[in-house]
Ligand binder design. Structure first.
Ligand code: URA
Length: 181
């Protein structure tokens, strides 16, 4: 059964201040309610807003191809974002936005209760592992947060400019595939 974020987290969504919740730019998480893996991106982009689904643009294509390489089926994982409203001009999410959307993210993770949480990129990784460090330092290790196994890794968009990032992301996703078994 897919998790219906608007219905399931109505109470958490109602708490988001109006100025941080432009409904025209909102994209919720997508995937089965009993997924073994939850991926957490940064924030939706224009393609995601247009299609109403996370990771459907260029970064999504990289993610899809790496998931296929490591044998993870996209339709079996839950994919969401740290901040669920597209920031203007795709700027970085602000700390106010991250704070406002935090309860929804953790409600999603708790509802799904996955075997592994995989934050993609620096912003999501810092939130989930509660460490303020560059993503290149955070990735490559396994963490525990609130009883969840966490494998932080690079954001798929970071692979556009750097092949070694792509290799690192693939390596991390291979570990995730083994854990999700
Ligand atoms: N980048 C993200 O972080 N999330 C998306 O949904 C798409 C691109």
């Amino acid at each position: 059964m897919p998790l219906d974020i608007r219905e399931r987290f109505e109470a958490e969504l109602a708490e988001i201040p109006d100025d941080l919740f432009d409904r025209e730019r909102f994209v919720g998480g997508v995937g089965p309610a009993d997924a073994d893996v939850v991926f957490v991106g940064e924030a939706p982009g224009a393609n995601e807003v247009e299609q109403g689904e996370p990771f459907v643009g260029n970064a999504g294509r990289v993610l899809d191809s790496l998931l296929e390489d490591v044998g993870i089926e996209r339709k079996q994982v839950y994919i969401t974002n740290l901040v669920k409203v597209r920031p203007p001009e795709n700027r970085d999410p602000t700390s106010d936005e991250i704070e406002a959307w935090r309860p929804v993210l953790w409600a999603e993770i708790e509802a799904i209760d996955p075997a592994v949480v995989v934050p993609l990129g620096a912003f999501a990784s810092r939130e989930v592992v509660e460490r303020d460090a560059p993503i290149s330092d955070l990735r490559g290790e396994t963490y525990e947060r609130d009883g969840y196994v966490v494998v932080p890794t690079y954001h798929p968009a970071a692979t556009f400019y750097d092949d070694s990032v792509k290799a690192g992301l693939q390596e991390d996703l291979e570990r995730v595939a083994e854990m999700a078994g």
